[in-house]
Design a protein around this ligand. Sequence first.
Ligand code: FES
Length: 115
Amino acid sequence: MSYHWIRIFENETELENYILPNVFFVFELRGEKICITRTDKGYFAVQDKCPHNGASLSKGFCSKENEIICPLHRYSFDLKSGKATSGGAFALKTYPIQIKPDGVYVGIKAKWWEA
Ligand code: FES
């Protein structure tokens, strides 16, 4: 699987200062709205649009079980795997985050024709 790695911060300190615990921030990268947060289990990035009915997940909240809860109908999704933990068989697209010496990157899967 190949990724486009997009640098979103210069370094880890900038990441820590910007992405506050259990608060969601939306980045638009390569045309995709991506919701990024920090929990006690690490940093996570998932699609912002709820797969149930399109609400912005960044307006939801984190649970103690490392889930993101949709603000509209309260379906929940595991932040790491993206799998629904309530509300049906929906799943979120997840994005890897890499912290490197030269910056913090989010990976967006390359389309088959870009690989
Ligand atoms: S829009 Fe998210 S659970 Fe319905």
